[in-house]
Write a protein that binds this ligand. Sequence first.
Ligand code: DC
Length: 210
Amino acid sequence: MIVAIDGPAGAGKSTVARALAVRLGFRYLDTGAMYRALTWLAMQRSFDLGDAHALAQLARENPVLFPEDDRVWIGGTDVTSSIREARVDRMVPVVARHSAVREVMRDRQRQLGKEGNVVIEGRDIGTVVAPDAAVKVYLVADREERAKRRMAERPGIGADALATDLRLRDESDAARMQPAEDAIEIDTTSLEVDVVVDRIAALVHERTAA
Ligand code: DC
């Protein structure tokens, strides 16, 4: 069974999806980490981030690996922390925008999501990667709250810079951020993580029982 968790940056996807996977005993797949890893590798190798063809080729030749929970590898390097750097935050939408890159990533995501039960987190999971997902959730939160959460994750960056980054990222992600028609929207602005996880777990149990 696939549980798709989509939504904008800072809506609580990672926290919720990870906790949900633990609660349900499902695997967890972070598709944002895959775009981040490719961006890191492309920057490392001084690729032109506007060259869709070269980036798609790079993605094909260097599949992102998740050898153990929460570790992300690409091109023989553990990039778990480097992919969370501000420079990657800024460039990842540029890389994720190319359809040729997305094709490669989506194929890989479908492959990784094929076996067993998995919670998949991203932007286009319920719409494109796994339109048949058993449960689809679209998380949202006020922009102010999302900026606050980002600040807690990125203590080294100023509030203004973060707010600008978030706005630019929202604009650039917007085309991919449409919720699936059959997704359940949850506004996490004033909800505890546990409450959100409870709600989604209940949806999964309903599905399993049906
Ligand atoms: O969720 P995140 O911040 O780690 O995502 C990083 C970037 O990757 C973000 O700019 C949106 C993009 N992304 C995407 O286009 N499609 C996905 N399925 C997941 C992430």
